[in-house]
Design a protein around this ligand. Structure first.
Ligand SMILES: Cc1cc2nc3c(=O)[nH]c(=O)nc-3n(C[C@H](O)[C@H](O)[C@H](O)COP(=O)(O)OP(=O)(O)OC[C@H]3O[C@@H](n4cnc5c(N)ncnc54)[C@H](O)[C@@H]3O)c2cc1C
Length: 588
C-alpha cells in the first residue's frame, strides 16, 4: 500500500510499484486537497483507492485518471461526505422457493441484459434461472432510458461498447420481429448549427468508419430542411446515421424474459441475491431471500449493483460510479413533428463520455427529450432536479413545433459506469464459473442482443466442463404477443371484441388500453400484479393524465384477477401498497 503523504504534494519515493507511484503523483496533481491521506494498493491487477474525497465529482475524476494507468480495473473506495456507501435492501418476501434447487445457470438481474442472456441461453439444453430483486423485470435502468438502438458512432473505437453496439444494432430488428415488439428505424441526425461544427464532419465520418457503422452520410442544409421540415434555425447540414432505431425498452425486456420462460427458463421475481458461497474457488451456492440454490455457472447482470455482486463472489476487480440522466416525455401527438432522432454535436463529441442527448421520436408517438448526464451518487436515485430539466430546453429548441409545455412527465435513470467507461463482458479471471455482463451503461440497450450472444457462448464453454451442452429441442424463436386492439384496423378489432368483450372496455382513455389487455398482463407467462408492471406491458397510465382516471379501475382489475383485496394492490411490489386499508363500508 502507498499512502499519499499529508503535507507533501509530491508522490512518495518508496519501493512501491511504479504504476502506483504514477497514480499517486496523478492524484496529488488533480485533487483539490493534493490527495493527502489517500491510500493506493494493487489487488489482483486492479488499483484500489481508499480514503476520503472532498466531493463525488472529485472521486469520479480520480477514478477516471486511475483508469488510464493500465491496471486491470479501478476499485474506487473513496468515501465522500454526504454520500454514504449503499447496501442492497432485500425484498420483504421471504420463503424457501429456491432452497436446495440446482440450475446449470443462475443469472443475477432481470434488466435487458439478464433477460436477453436468459433467452439466448434457452437455445441450449441447460436449466436456467433468472433472479430479479424487484417485482418485475425492467424495473431499473432498462425502463429508464431513451429506447434508442444507437447506430454505434458515439462509442470509442476499439471499445467493447463500439463492437457490441454495432452488432446489437443489426440484431435488434429481426429479434423484435421474433418477439412481437415494435421496432422503427428513423435514423439519427447530428445537426451542424454552425460552419465551425460542420467542419467536424470528416472526424466524425472517420470515427463512424472505424466503428463499422452502417450507411452514414453528410446531408446538406437543403436536404436537412427538406427531410426534417420543422428543424429550427439555419442548419449548416447534418451527419446522418440511418441505422439508428427505436423500440420500447421495457416491452422489449419483458418480451425477452417471456420468450425465455416459454423456452424453459425460470424467472424468480422479488428474489435478491444476498451472497455467494465458494467451494474450491468456484461458486457453489447463491444465497437469496428465498433460500439458497446451487449453480453450475453464475452470470452477473446486476446493472448498478454489478460491482457489489462481483464482490459477493470475491471478484470485485472493478467498481461503478453512477451517472444520472434526466428526460422529459412530450405528449403523444408530438412525434408527428419529428421524422428523425436528432441532436447537436458536442464540441468534444470525440472525447465525450455521453452522446449528448437530443430529441427521440418513440415508437408510441411521444418525443423524449434528453437525457442529461450528471455524475451523482445513488444507485437507484431517480429524483429529478430543476437545473437538469432546464438543460433539456436546448434540445426542444431544435424543432419549431416542440415546446417544454408539451411535457407530460419527467423521469431519471442511472447509468452504471466503470471508470474505464466501457462494458465488462468477460469470464471471471478468478472464479471459473462466473461471467460478468457488468457496468452496462449506454449504449447497453442497443448492445443487449450482441452481449447476450457472447455471454451465452462463455457460459456454454464453462458448462461443457461439467455436462454435455446440446441445442434445446423445439426451441421457439417466435413469441406471440398479446393483442393491442388500438393498433388493429376496425374489422380485426371488432372480431377481437366479439371473441372477448373485455377488449372493447376501455380502461385507460389517454392510451386507449382495454380491460382485456390488463387481464393478459396479469395472466401472462410472467405473471405480474403491480401497477408499474401492468403499465410497462399495456401503457395504462402512461398518457397525458398519467393515471389520473384509470388508476382505480386498473387496481380493481388487478385485485379481481389476482384474488387479492383492492387495498393490497401495489405500485411496484410489497411495501408500495397504494392504499392503507379499507375504510368503513368500502368495497374491498
Ligand atoms: C437516462 C438514460 C438513457 C439511456 N438511453 C439509452 C439508449 O437510448 N440506448 C441504449 O442503448 N442505452 C441507453 N441507456 C443505457 C441502458 O439503459 C442500460 O445500458 C441498460 O438498460 C442496462 O441494462 P442492465 O440489464 O445491465 O441493467 P438494469 O436494467 O439496471 O438491470 C439490472 C437488474 O439487476 C437487478 N439486481 C441488482 N442487484 C441484484 C441482486 N443482488 N439480486 C437480484 N437482482 C439484482 C436490478 O434490480 C435490476 O433490475 C440509457 C441509460 C440511461 C440512464
Amino acid at each position: 500500500m502507498l499512502v499519499i503523504p499529508r503535507k507533501d504534494t509530491n508522490a512518495p519515493r518508496d519501493r512501491a510499484e511504479p504504476r502506483l507511484r504514477d497514480a499517486a503523483a496523478m492524484i496529488a496533481r488533480r485533487s483539490r486537497t493534493g490527495g493527502r491521506g489517500i491510500a493506493l494498493s494493487e489487488r489482483g491487477g486492479s488499483i484500489v483507492i481508499e480514503g476520503q474525497a472532498p466531493s463525488y465529482q472529485e472521486k469520479v475524476e480520480i477514478g477516471w485518471a486511475a483508469a488510464k494507468l493500465g491496471f486491470k480495473g479501478v476499485v474506487n473506495d473513496l468515501s465522500v461526505e454526504g454520500a454514504p456507501e449503499e447496501t442492497l435492501s432485500p425484498p420483504l418476501l421471504a420463503d424457501s422457493a429456491l432452497e436446495g434447487a440446482y440450475y446449470d445457470v443462475v443469472i443475477v438481474g432481470g434488466g435487458v441484459i439478464g433477460s436477453a442472456v436468459a433467452r439466448e441461453l434457452t437455445r441450449l439444453d441447460l436449466s436456467v434461472a433468472l433472479l430479479e430483486k424487484e417485482s418485475d423485470v425492467a424495473a431499473h435502468t432498462s425502463s429508464r432510458n431513451d429506447g434508442m438502438v444507437h447506430d454505434g458512432f458515439a462509442a470509442k473505437p476499439g471499445s467493447k461498447k463500439a463492437a457490441y453496439n454495432v452488432r446489437g444494432n443489426r440484431l435488434w430488428e429481426p429479434l423484435c420481429a421474433e418477439l412481437g415488439v415494435e421496432f422503427k428505424r428513423p435514423g439519427s441526425l447530428i445537426l451542424f448549427g454552425s460552419a465551425l461544427s460542420a467542419a467536424a464532419y470528416p472526424v466524425m465520418a472517420e470515427r463512424a468508419r472505424r466503428n463499422g457503422v452502417d450507411g452514414w452520410e453528410f446531408w446538406s442544409r437543403a436536404r436537412v430542411a427538406a427531410e426534417e421540415p420543422n428543424v429550427a434555425g439555419d442548419q449548416h447540414g447534418a451527419f446522418f446515421l440511418p441505422s439508428a432505431g427505436v423500440l420500447s425498452p421495457y416491452k422489449a425486456t419483458v418480451a425477452l424474459a417471456e420468450s425465455a420462460i416459454m423456452n424453459g427458463a425460470r424467472v424468480f421475481l422479488d428474489t435478491c441475491v444476498l451472497g455467494m458461497e465458494l467451494e474450491s474457488g468456484r461458486i457453489a451456492r447463491v444465497r437469496t431471500n428465498r433460500g439458497a440454490c446451487r449453480a453450475g455457472v453464475v452470470v452477473n447482470a446486476a446493472g448498478n449493483w454489478s460491482d457489489v455482486v462481483a464482490g459477493m463472489a470475491g471478484d470485485r476487480f472493478f467498481s461503478l460510479h453512477q451517472r444520472r440522466g434526466t428526460e422529459a416525455i412530450l405528449d403523444a401527438d408530438t412525434g408527428r413533428h419529428l421524422r428523425h432522432i436528432m441532436g447537436m454535436p458536442r464540441l468534444v463529441q470525440i472525447k465525450s463520455k455521453t452522446k449528448g442527448g437530443g430529441l427521440v421520436p418513440t415508437v408510441e408517438g411521444n418525443v423524449l427529450v434528453g437525457p442529461t448526464a450528471a455524475e451523482a451518487p445513488g444507485r437507484e436515485d431517480y429524483s429529478t432536479r430543476a437545473w437538469e430539466l432546464r438543460e433539456l430546453e436546448k434540445h426542444v429548441r431544435l424543432n419549431t413545433r416542440l415546446a417544454m409545455g408539451q411535457a407530460i412527465t419527467y423521469f431519471a435513470g442511472v447509468r452504471p459506469c466503470t471508470y474505464e467507461e466501457d462494458f465488462v463482458v468477460e469470464r471471471s479471471e478468478r472464479v471459473p464459473n462466473l461471467v460478468h455482463a457488468a457496468g452496462i451503461q449506454s449504449p447497453g440497450l442497443a448492445s443487449a442482443p450482441a452481449i447476450a450472444e457472447d455471454v451465452a457462448r462463455m457460459v456454454a464453454e464453462i458448462a461443457s466442463g461439467f455436462r454435455a451442452v446440446r441445442p434445446r429441442d423445439g426451441w421457439k424463436a417466435r413469441r406471440s404477443a398479446a393483442p393491442e386492439p388500438r393498433r388493429l384496423g376496425p374489422e380485426a378489432r371488432n372480431a377481437l371484441i366479439l371473441g372477448n368483450p373485455a377488449y372493447g372496455r376501455i380502461v385507460c382513455r389517454c392510451e386507449e388500453v382495454s380491460e382485456g389487455e390488463i387481464v393478459d398482463a396479469v395472466r401472462s407467462v410472467l405473471p405480474v400484479s403491480s401497477m408499474d408492471a401492468v403499465k410497462r406491458r399495456t401503457r395504462a397510465g402512461m398518457g397525458r393524465c398519467h393515471g389520473g382516471f384509470c388508476t382505480p379501475r386498473v387496481m380493481e382489475i388487478v385485485a379481481r384477477e389476482t384474488g387479492s383485496p383492492l387495498w393490497a394492490v401495489t405500485k411496484k411490489g410489497p411495501g408500495s401498497e397504494l392504499c392503507v386499508g379499507p375504510t368503513k363500508g368500502a368495497r374491498v
